[in-house]
Design a protein around this ligand. Structure first.
Ligand code: APR
Length: 232
């Protein structure tokens, strides 16, 4: 087996579930209470900006109230101690990876604690609300939207992700259902470049059959165990 030097880790809502942040497609998932078409598309924002802003204001509040769990802490340790290349590509909009201390993190679907001005294109660290149409700190326009990649929009930094997948010796997917592309296709890309692939999830995902290995269990247990193994 080739020595592992470059690692790409994809994380999804499941890694933050034990921090009290709801996933999307579970029985009590966010998409049970809200239709994607009402809160997570550019069209929805044009049609009913208040509904969308209220939805993300509440998610921002929940993110601020949440704490990293042992899975986030284990990946932060890996980030500190791994001598090779490492990139944590997260689909999550929470900042729990960073609050646990991880630095090599990329948010492909945006961030809850960021507001994007559609008038001047500036982005601002944001912990308050947007429902009340606050002015953009840079240009003053009341044109701030959540800095989130909605359905139908292009995820962030795809070139950087593809480049990392092309160099990866190991691709690990944690807490994601494999229901949403392009993230759900990363396993095939990594495998196509010769990487070993590992899934760590509570239950088998839609893409499980594409992984060399699948380990099932709560992220707070199976992620620290895997990191211990890799750093041994
Ligand atoms: N530990 C490990 N895995 C877990 C845990 C846990 N404690 N709890 C849930 N999971 C797993 C579930 O089994 C499921 O496979 O996490 C996955 C969560 O899946 P989704 O709710 O579909 O979330 P995710 O895959 O991140 O969604 C992808 O879809 O709605 C869009 O943009 C949104 O980024 C999101 C994308």
């Amino acid at each position: 087996m080739t020595a592992i030097r470059n690692i790409v880790i994809l994380t999804g809502a499941g890694i933050s579930a034990e921090s009290g942040l709801r996933t999307f497609r579970a029985e009590d998932g966010l998409w049970e209470d809200h239709r994607v078409e009402d809160v997570a598309t550019p069209h929805a924002f044009r049609r009913d900006p208040e509904l969308v802003q209220r939805f993300y204001d509440l998610r921002r509040e929940n993110v601020l109230a949440a704490q990293p769990n042992p899975a986030h802490q284990a990946l932060a340790r890996l980030d500190r101690e791994w001598p090779g290349e490492l990139l944590i590509v997260t689909q999550n909009i929470d900042d729990l990876h960073e609050r646990a201390g991880a630095q090599r993190v990329l948010h492909m679907h945006g961030e809850a604690l960021s507001a994007w001005c559609t008038a001047c294109d500036a982005r601002h660290h944001w912990t308050g609300t947007l429902l009340d149409s606050p002015p953009c700190p840079a240009c003053g326009a009341a044109a701030l939207r959540p800095d989130i990649v909605w359905f139908g929009e292009m995820p962030y930094e795809m070139e950087r992700i593809f480049a990392a997948l092309a160099r990866a010796d190991l691709f690990v997917s944690i807490g994601t259902s494999g229901a949403v592309y392009p993230a759900a296709g990363f396993v095939q890309q990594a495998a196509g470049h010769g990487a070993r692939t590992l899934e760590l999830n509570l239950e088998r995902s839609l893409g499980s059959s594409m992984f060399d290995e699948t380990r099932l269990g709560p992220a707070s247990e199976i992620v620290p165990a895997w990191v211990e193994e890799v750093l041994r």
